[in-house]
Design a protein around this ligand. Sequence first.
Ligand SMILES: Cc1ncc(COP(=O)(O)O)c(C=O)c1O
Length: 409
Amino acid sequence: MANSITKTKFQEIKEKTEKFIVGNYSRHEISFEYGVGEYLFDSEGKQYLDFQSGIAVTNLGHSEADIIAALQEQADKLFHTSNLFYSKEQAELAETLIAHSFPGKVFFCNSGTEANEAAFKLARKHSVKKGISNPIILALKGSFHGRSTGAMSMTGQEKVRQGFGDLVSGFHFIQENDIEDLEKAFSKHSGHIAGMIVEPILGEFGVLPIREEFLKRARELTASEGAPLIFDEIQTGMGRTGKLFCFQHYSFTPDIMTLAKGLGSGFPMGAVIIGEKFSNVLEPGSHGTTFGGNHLAAKIGYETIRVLKTRDILNNVPALSEFFFKRLKMLQLKFPETIREVRGIGLHIGVELTIPVKSIIKKCLENGLILNGTNEKVIRILPPLNIGIERIDEAVSIIEKVFEGENLK
Ligand SMILES: Cc1ncc(COP(=O)(O)O)c(C=O)c1O
């Protein structure tokens, strides 16, 4: 007998997903079909305001014309050859990354995890070359650096580390924003320190900015050990905080910076910017990847930076951010028992609640607003950098309506 119940497009996608794809993600009951600017449209035609940007990836919104044109132009010519040959696109992207960050060289890879893995290997290799027998890398307790064995071992958050048996040894975790703990770690491991890795804003830990004094002290202490200070700018980079890179808010420079997410505007790619002091540590054979910085990825990365730097996008972020914070703080005044703190830099915003955010995120989605929950009680807001101020108003009004509907105080 023929099945008389017609499935929706979404039901078909969901059924196949559950049958054929590993269940390591908990997914919302939505499948998107296309996107235009700050809007996404699902399989059933419903429109959403995207204030998650694929977790800080589509910083220019969806279907950005110049990115599509660059992709199409390159796709017509050449996708991939391998790192056994020179590449014009790769060389040009490296040149522009260095011009906009600090003097040094670039290593290309395919994701944030791989960028951190490369930085980790570089730091260890450098210290072993120096004759350090048991190198220690310092990281933060609330950090998230990725899911490979190395990047996971470098991650402080227990929930990421648990369940895999013994991890890579040689890490010491410091309490974020605690200068005393930072200094203690440096004096305990002095002479053995291979490097320190820091996210300037702990994204997966609830959008927690690291204070400038702490970062500055980390800069001084790593310099005195001759060890690299590594900034993980995978989430904070590519304009998210209003500067191309978050370190540019401060008066000092890291030795190494890892990038991914927004670098490819949705095309998977990663990069490690390695300052001059450390740029010759990785020699032929010591590290590599097949795809890293292939012609297509590099072309899109270059175009992403060109668009960010030549349009008035970054200059507008402070005003957008100020308006967003003002509206969210007004919301906090209305719901003082529910909203504990509004924090972040630029358009990297966290709203910490006193309650879990899961059902709030779900209700916002039902009302056509895509947000992201992180660290259980934090609403993470990552809109495209080129949105209009009216969209911010619209988003906060949806959050307000959801709070009211839930009878929050
Ligand atoms: C700060 C930070 N580092 C590393 C990663 C890992 O990047 P990927 O998921 O591209 O491997 C992430 C991803 O969320 C991140 O936010």
